[in-house]
Design a protein around this ligand. Structure first.
Ligand SMILES: NC(=O)N[C@H]1NC(=O)NC1=O
Ligand SMILES: [Zn+2]
Ligand SMILES: [Zn+2]
Length: 466
């Protein structure tokens, strides 16, 4: 009889080819068997997943966990616990808003030290492209960052050693270097010229409301930045990934660039799909982010783009701050939404239950595409023989209303508190080990490991990658 370390029985398993009712046999943290009525011994631990749907664990390509230095905003322990509770098994931590930002090798080492032994799920790290650090990119790539991130508009934050937006020359030369290194450049695409001018005008006119803030960051600012970056990509051959795209207009431009042969991918976030500008006005700064959340009509067009398959991936852009910074004047408040724990449930609720978008299509955006784009595939990204047994077990009929006390963030704030979901994550498995079960919470052990970009294994830095 085949021996397994564990079996998950009777769930509806979302494969890349469609959903099937299958047992999953796990050995050495990997998926060792997928089949009906797998045979196992009396000693084998069994998790009964009848009535549950099993998706590949989400890979959240975009979180800000703030360590080193700003662990009181969010940390690896609390942030990763919230992800585990939300069905996410791997995350990609952005090179900001911790201090120092991950823009040189010494900072990457500090980031790794801050993360070691604290994460409940696996993680990979982004490096940053900022003015003056092009000479540092190669070392970061060799050490195993999964790509680089740059801001085309001011990222906010205060202090000396903080992440800064790129000027056009840095962007162009940085793209040349990143093309040479063969990695992807992720871009926050908003035109600094447009948004800073509009913000100054609004301040001058005493405009302070949520609606005023949204008007300072128009869709045109996103489209202009996207178009400029695509021109540079054409010149340099650099692979691009547009993070948190908020408008169908920008998607259209990116789709055309893909058709012209550019290697470019596009992400959106659940908040652009689940909230509208009216919600932002009602909720206040807890729903402030950049680019801002747009009108109901704009949101409907985003869903059309998503249903048509024109978004490559979905990520949370979890960018929290202490509660005091998410209150008061809308323009002064921190820009960033806490959403890490709710991404998968929001996409299943709004995408599958309400709009009938197939589970396989959602899983492709939530897991497979990020794994492929950022060098984690085939180890991660889908439920397949030989892959890590990273799984989200979901009850698609098990609705609930989110309470602040459900949130595992460092600061339990979220624009989704009070929202009723039609489904819920019941359990999360990381490399075959149950790390979360609804009602029982997140396991004490923090066994999440650093995963380096596949192409860098054997490169510069001694890591924990197995
Ligand atoms: N600095 C930072 O995390 N900014 C993020 N927050 C947000 O709302 N958009 C971002 O890019
Ligand atoms: Zn951003
Ligand atoms: Zn971000």
């Amino acid at each position: 009889m085949t021996l397994y370390d564990g079996i998950i029985c009777g769930g509806t398993v979302v494969l890349s080819s469609g959903s099937e009712q299958l047992d999953i046999g796990i050995r050495d943290g990997k998926i060792a068997a997928l089949g009906e009525n797998l045979a196992y011994s009396e000693q084998t631990p069994v998790f009964n997943a009848e009535h549950l749907t099993i998706l590949p664990g989400m890979i959240d390509a975009h979180v800000h966990f703030n360590e080193p230095a700003l662990g009181h905003w969010e940390g690896f322990a609390s942030g990763s616990a919230s992800l585990a509770a939300g069905g996410c098994t791997t995350y990609l931590d952005m090179p900001l808003n911790g201090v120092p930002p991950t823009v040189r090798l010494s900072a990457l080492k500090l980031k790794l030290e801050a993360a070691a032994g604290k994460s409940h799920v696996d993680y990979a790290l982004w490096g940053g492209l900022v003015p003056g650090n092009i000479g540092q990119l190669e070392e970061l790539a060799q050490a195993g960052v999964i790509g680089f991130k740059a801001f085309m508009s001011c990222p906010g934050g205060e202090g000396e050693d903080i992440f800064r937006e790129v000027d056009d020359e840095t962007l162009l030369q940085g793209m040349k270097e990143i093309a040479r290194l063969g990695l992807v450049l992720a871009l926050h695409a908003e035109s600094e010229e447009i948004v800073s001018r509009l913000a100054a005008e609004a301040a001058h006119q005493g405009k302070r409301s949520a609606v005023d803030f949204i008007a300072t960051r128009p869709i045109a600012a996103e489209v202009e930045a996207v178009e400029r970056a695509l021109r540079y990509a054409e010149q340099t051959g650099c692979k691009l990934h547009f993070v948190h795209i908020s408008s169908a207009e920008a998607v259209k431009v990116i789709t055309e660039a893909k058709a012209n042969g550019l290697d470019v991918t596009v992400e959106t976030c659940p908040h652009y799909l689940a909230l509208t500008s009216e919600d932002v006005a009602r909720l206040g700064p807890v729903a402030k982010c950049a680019p801002p959340i747009r009108s109901a009509a704009d949101q409907a067009r985003l869903w059309e783009e998503l249903a048509a398959g024109r978004f490559d991936l979905i990520a949370s852009d979890h960018s929290p701050s202490p509660a005091a910074m998410k209150q008061g004047d809308f323009f002064e408040a921190w820009g960033g939404i806490s959403g890490a724990q709710s991404s998968l449930e929001l996409m299943l609720d709004e995408g599958y239950l309400r709009r009938g978008i197939p589970l396989t299509q959602l899983a492709a955006m939530l897991s497979l595409a990020p794994a492929k784009r950022f060098g984690l595939y085939p180890r991660k990204g889908e439920i397949a023989l030989g892959a890590d047994a990273d799984l989200a077990l979901v009850d698609l009929a098990g609705g609930y209303t989110l309470q602040a006390s459900d949130l595992l963030y460092r600061h339990p704030q979220s624009p989704y508190v009070g929202r009723t979901f039609g489904c819920s994550v019941k359990a999360t498995f990381l490399r075959g080990v149950k790390v979360y079960e609804r009602g029982g919470g997140v396991s004490h052990a923090a066994e999440g490991a650093w995963i380096r970009h596949r192409a860098s294994i054997g490169g510069g830095l001694d890591g924990e990658d197995e």
